[in-house]
Design a protein around this ligand. Sequence first.
Ligand SMILES: Cc1cc2nc3c(=O)[nH]c(=O)nc-3n(C[C@H](O)[C@H](O)[C@H](O)COP(=O)(O)OP(=O)(O)OC[C@H]3O[C@@H](n4cnc5c(N)ncnc54)[C@H](O)[C@@H]3O)c2cc1C
Length: 203
Amino acid sequence: MREEVRDLSPSNGATLAVRSITTETEIPDLHVFMEHQFDAAAGGRPTLHIGAAVMRPFSAGSVMLRSRNPLDPPVIRLNLLADERDQARLLEAVKLANKVARTPPLSGLIDWDAAEARDVPDDETLMAMIRERVSIFYHACRTVRMGDPLDVEAVVDWAGHVHGIKNLRVVDASILPEMIAVATNPTVIMVAERIAKMIRTGG
Ligand SMILES: Cc1cc2nc3c(=O)[nH]c(=O)nc-3n(C[C@H](O)[C@H](O)[C@H](O)COP(=O)(O)OP(=O)(O)OC[C@H]3O[C@@H](n4cnc5c(N)ncnc54)[C@H](O)[C@@H]3O)c2cc1C
């Protein structure tokens, strides 16, 4: 970025949330977000990181016990972009990020593209770049999700009680019933405060 960008701080947290072409819900499922960073690789030049993300992915990973030893780390399988709908949506999000970067006044501040992603000629090449660089938001959830006792995939009820086991609750990100399109940290805090209130009032 040009030197004057250094004065624009903070840009972190500026997020564009939109609905993808294919989504069937009202919930924005694509995020384009900005982070103001100083990248050593850029020789101390101000660097703006523009990220693109698919929220509420269809691809599901898994967390499995490795063994009966509780000290063994679990087996975590991310399974990123396994579902073609996620591939198409992430491609759309990256193209949108590129469009933002090519649009004034931001485009006038960019004099160097570290990711070399702005002017990729075709979708296939861009998708190959995405696969090489794709990462996660660390928003893992739903591994012991809430739901009705008759739902075979549900582990806890709406108050965090584990179905079929007395006096045991789970209250963390794992009980969220579905993938959410916003940050998980404040969401988990809200769920925890709500269930803590239920516990205090005997619910
Ligand atoms: C690198 C990273 C960046 C993230 N950035 C964001 C962000 O910008 N915004 C956002 O909303 N979310 C972010 N998240 C996700 C967010 O942190 C999680 O969704 C959220 O913390 C989940 O809350 P939790 O209570 O389920 O689990 P945690 O917050 O992980 O809490 C689990 C707690 O249990 C403790 N614990 C573990 N084992 C034991 C044990 N045996 N005995 C006692 N205690 C134990 C741990 O020390 C920890 O305090 C990020 C996550 C990561 C990893």
